[in-house]
Design a protein around this ligand. Sequence first.
Ligand SMILES: [Zn+2]
Length: 89
Amino acid sequence: MRRRNPRRAYDEKGREIAPPTVGDCRARGETTAAATCHGCHHHVVFSTDRFPDWLPFPDMALRLRCSACGSRDVSVMMDIQAHYARLNA
Ligand SMILES: [Zn+2]
């Protein structure tokens, strides 16, 4: 079996599910994202403004480094608080 990318989701047949891009999220009004460091569990919300539209959303993690411990073992997810704030607006 092909090695799986930890930043991708897979369906039940093991096919990679294409992630949304930064541009897709921007089009939905998402201008921030949340990052968590696996080294020290530091959690931050950051602006996605400096990332290009074409970049797969989870791959922003490749360009981030934890500001607390310097680790590059970081994962990126939707900024849930901003998401709920928009739903309730
Ligand atoms: Zn850290």
